[in-house]
Design a protein around this ligand. Structure first.
Ligand SMILES: [Fe+2]
Length: 272
């Protein structure tokens, strides 16, 4: 049987956590931000908001050090959120070690899941192992095309780590999804894609392209400054997103951030 997100109401409610960049070591830091603590603070913030949600989606760069222990840190961290979690790899991940955490009662690694009666989620792997940019192999494009064809009556949320549109920062855009036109050609063949959601760019981004919403979400650790030519960090705090998928195909989302001044990185850093 196909995996299915069970919903409590007609509208599907999702939580997105992305780019946690976790380490095995409790002291593991990215540009002086302890990513384990910032991740935990985000999970605590989510729990404190007490919002309704049916599933968690984690859109890659779960780990920074590739260790099984870093993936276990993620799995243990989200336990208190109880609901099922769907994760996909980012450029920093090591899929072999993600797999060692599975089977998990909470975490699922699937490429397709129904969500309630009106939506489907398609999760793509855009990782090119060892390289920061993204690319979708032909079998990923085929899968996308196939699921969109098989379920034309379902509104679709497509998830992948890398940004499929330029976000306006030169240094980051060289690491976007390569040959993104191939991806967009598949989406344009169908009329049931409502949104594309990812991470990678460590900032809030939302734009519409061919009637499809393209959204990226801040990391749970460091933030990249928008619209910069060279690598630059932002002082904005870690964030997460709450998403509603409505019966009529509309997607609403609200960005949440921790308090100002939380987990400020080392501004002398030249890159990451
Ligand atoms: Fe990242």
């Amino acid at each position: 049987m196909e995996p299915h997100i069970v919903v409590t109401e007609e509208t599907v409610q999702l939580l997105q956590i992305t780019d946690t960049h976790l380490f095995a070591d409790d002291e593991g830091c990215l540009l002086s931000v302890n990513t384990g603590l910032s991740f935990q603070a985000v999970v605590d913030d989510i729990a404190a908001h007490n919002l309704p949600f049916d599933a968690i989606i984690a859109t890659g760069d779960i780990s920074q050090d590739h260790s099984v222990a870093s993936y276990n840190r993620f799995a243990n961290g989200i336990k208190k959120l109880v609901k099922p979690c769907y994760w996909l790899p980012g450029n920093h991940d090591l899929q072999a070690n993600m797999g060692k955490v599975l089977p998990s009662e909470q975490i699922n690694e699937v490429s397709h899941v129904f969500a309630g009666d009106y939506w489907q989620l398609i999760m793509l792997n855009s990782q090119v192992e060892g390289l920061p940019h993204g690319y979708l192999e032909q079998h990923e494009l085929d899968l996308l095309d196939e699921k969109l064809s098989q379920h034309p009556e379902r509104h679709t949320l497509v998830l992948l780590h890398h940004n499929s549109l330029p976000i306006g920062s030169t240094w980051l855009d060289q690491h976007k999804l390569q040959k993104a036109d191939q991806f967009w050609r598949v989406l344009e063949k169908h009329n049931n894609v409502r949104a594309v959601l990812g991470g990678h760019v460590h900032q809030d981004f939302e734009q519409e392209c061919h009637g499809i919403k393209v959204i990226a979400t801040p990391s749970t650790c460091i933030q990249f400054k928008a619209n910069t030519h060279e690598f630059a960090l932002d002082t904005l705090p870690p964030g997460w997103r709450h998403i509603q998928l409505h019966k009529d195909g509309r997607l609403d989302s609200q960005l949440h951030r921790l308090d100002e001044g939380c987990f400020v990185p080392d501004f002398d850093a030249q890159g990451y």
